[in-house]
Each structure stands twice: as C-alpha cells, then as structure tokens.
Design a protein around this ligand. Structure first.
Ligand code: NAP
Length: 358
C-alpha cells in the first residue's frame, strides 16, 4: 500500500488530515520536528483505532524526502512561500507526489513552473488543497464550463473556523507583505492591500463584507476562467475603514525582509494565533461577467473550514496514492474538477439571473 507522509503532522490541519486518511484505511507517516508533540499526535491517531502510525522526526523534510522517496507527501507547514517550491521540487526529484494547503498567491503561482519537470518525472503536484483554493476555484470552473472566457471574475472566500494554528498567522504575515494584487486586462496589477471593499451577497439576501487579498485563489481563478480582470476577496481580514487604512502600512513594514522574518520567528516561538471567526457555515462566492452584460453567480456552502480543508487534502492525497491522477502541477479543481468540493461535503448553487452588486 502507498505510504502517505503528513509533514507538519502535529499541527491543527496535519492532525485532522491524518485522522481522515487513517479513517480511509491509508498508510500514513507522521512527520514533524518535535518528538514530544509527534508522539502525542500519533497517540491521538491510535485512539481512533488501529495501530500506532509511524513517526519521523526531522528538521529537514526536504532532505528526508530525497533519502526516503515516499509515495505521497502532504505538506501542511506554512508559510508556503518558504516551503512549497523546495518541498515540491524534492518530490519531483524523488519521483514522489506532492499535496499542500497553500493559499498565498506566490507559491500557488510558482508551483506551475514545475509542471513540465513533474510530467517528465511522473509526479503529481497539487497546491491549494483546502477551503482556499478549492472553494472559489470550483465555482469558477462551474460558471465557465462550456462557455467562452468571461471578461471579469470576482471571487470571495468567507470561511468560518473554530480556531487557528500559529502557522496561519505566519502565512498571513507573508501574504500581507505581498501587498494587494488583482488581474486587470490580462496583467497582474498592484493595488492597495485591503482595496475593493465589497458587500458579497449570500443566497438568503444578506451580504458579507470582503476586501481584496492576494491569495492563491486569484491565480486559480485566472487559470479556471481565462478572464482578463479578476479580483479575489476575503472576509478573513478586517474590513472596517480604520483597518483598511492601516493594512497598506502594515504591508509596507512587513515587506522589509528582516522585519518579516523576525515577525514570523516570534509568532512561531510564542505560538501566537490569529483571531478566528467561529460559525456554522463557510461560504465561497464567484461571479463571472461576459461581454454584453451576461452575469452568472455561484455559491459554495459547507461547514467549519478546517473540516472541509482536511477532507479535501485527504481526498486528493488518497486519490493520488490510488493512482487516480495524471502527472503535472495543478490546483485541486484543475485536476479533479468541481466535484472534488462536493465529495468533500460542499453544496454548490448557481444563479444565472442576478447581478453582482459590486
Ligand atoms: N488552504 C486552506 O484552506 C488552509 C486551511 C487551513 C490551514 N492552512 C494553512 O496550513 C498551514 C498549517 O495550518 P495549521 O492551522 O495546521 O497550523 P499549525 O497548527 O500552527 O501547525 C503548523 C505545523 O507546521 C509545523 N511547523 C511550523 N513551522 C515549522 C518549521 N519551521 N519547520 C518544521 N515544521 C514547522 C508545526 O510543527 P510544531 O508542532 O513543531 O510547531 C505544525 O506541525 C498554515 O500555513 C495555514 O495558513 C490552509
């Protein structure tokens, strides 16, 4: 049976993905840097039934992949701007397959540069295997299926989560340093961090406040739609006027390499976590507009965000382990279609009559 490594197995997402894979009968190896936390994570998996999973303590998963050549690697260690490309490249060299949870713009964009090497090596590489990127990407694929490319696409991610790990804050720091980005007329354009405040509509007629953020969803929406103008927004950053005024200043400070690295080190050392948005229902939204004003909207609805993320990452890893994936570099819906989101417990609703009230 194929062996699936969970790198960052002591974290919130890593533990939950491990539990999903164990429940599906897959052979997992818990990989981490801290022996004590790894033993606790293994005991938690054992408590679900079955044997204690194998653990592997390492400070250098990239070197370990080169030596051990595992079948599939699930990377849950953010910020992914640091880990995605080196880990995926090690997988290609080792002939392993690779899955991660990145939703930062740069790593999601950069993974595609490994596409031809991955195809030559027979490796499958999937980035964004979580609520972000998949939730909005699945909607864009649904809206664009069988149609020419739209002129404009807007996506919004509105997850709810019970709690967040320190690595999430490190990923947020990295993303903030990227600054605001949108695609306009086919070109990547800098914009103010927190620009484009929107009242994103929900199917029940209420709205959620969202602002533009430079996520991997921006790049995935481009590939899924071919649209010239794309804005990716999120409810996960503060949307009030004062916060929006402060965001560009915070972004500028974090663009100084030394300050950003120090901030990430402190978050890790003090195990700081960002505030979470609890709730029952996570939403994603996409709106596509064609020449002549034809406009279609779609919503994805699911439960707590980590639950969805874990099912997505586990399903992607399991399908790859079972030989059900072609070689190359992908985002999740680009490889498995929008049905992957449904199989992870989401429902998708499409409305071809209403206008995006931007
Ligand atoms: N795409 C999505 O929808 C989605 C959803 C959820 C999470 N995420 C992302 O996934 C990542 C993990 O989230 P989480 O909530 O599971 O975070 P977490 O609970 O803080 O877990 C992070 C894991 O990474 C390990 N780690 C952190 N820094 C490391 C380093 N420098 N070297 C080796 N291992 C390191 C930690 O090990 P220790 O136990 O030793 O600290 C832990 O196992 C974050 O970047 C987050 O933004 C994405």
């Amino acid at each position: 049976m194929a062996e699936i490594w969970i790198v960052g197995a002591t974290g919130r997402a890593g533990q939950s993905i491990s539990a999903e894979l164990r429940a599906g009968g897959h052979q997992i190896v818990l990989v981490g840097r801290n022996a004590q936390r790894l033993t606790e994570a293994a005991a938690a998996i054992e408590a679900l039934g079955g044997p204690t999973p194998r653990t592997l303590v390492t400070d250098d998963p990239v070197a370990q992949i080169a030596t051990d050549r595992p079948d599939v690697v699930v990377n849950t260690v953010g910020p992914f701007g640091t880990t995605t490309v080196p880990t995926a490249r090690a997988c290609v060299t080792a002939g392993s397959h690779y899955v991660d949870l990145a939703n930062e713009f740069q790593p999601v964009r950069s993974l595609s540069e490994l596409d031809s090497a991955a195809r030559a090596a027979g490796s499958t590489l999937v980035t964004g295997a979580g609520f972000g990127v998949l939730a909005t990407e699945a909607l864009v694929y649904e809206l664009c299926a069988g149609r020419p490319s739209p002129t404009r696409v807007r996506v919004a991610a509105m997850p709810v989560v019970d709690g967040l790990g320190p690595a999430v804050l490190a990923s947020v720091i990295d993303a903030a340093a990227t600054g605001g980005l949108i695609y306009r007329n086919g070109r990547l354009e800098r914009t103010r961090l927190g620009a484009h405040p929107q009242h994103t509509p929900l199917p029940d007629g209420t709205t959620r406040a969202t602002v533009a953020v430079p996520t991997g969803e921006l790049e995935a929406a481009l590939r899924a739609s071919g649209a010239g103008t794309i804005i990716a927004t999120s409810s996960e950053v503060p949307t009030g006027r004062a916060a929006r005024a402060a965001l560009p200043i915070i972004g500028a400070v974090l663009r100084v390499d030394a300050l950003r690295r120090t901030a990430i080190r402190l978050v890790d050392r003090w195990r700081l976590t960002p505030p979470s948005t609890p709730g029952e229902t996570s939403w994603a939204y996409a709106c596509a507009e064609w020449d002549g004003g034809e406009t279609h909207q779609a919503w994805l609805q699911t439960g707590e965000g980590y639950g969805f993320t874990s099912r997505v990452a586990a399903t992607v890893a399991a399908r790859i382990a079972d030989g059900d994936a072609r070689a190359g570099a992908f985002t999740p819906a680009a490889l498995f279609g929008a049905d992957l989101a449904r199989s992870a417990g989401a429902t998708i609703t499409i409305d071809s009559t209403a206008k995006d009230p931007r």
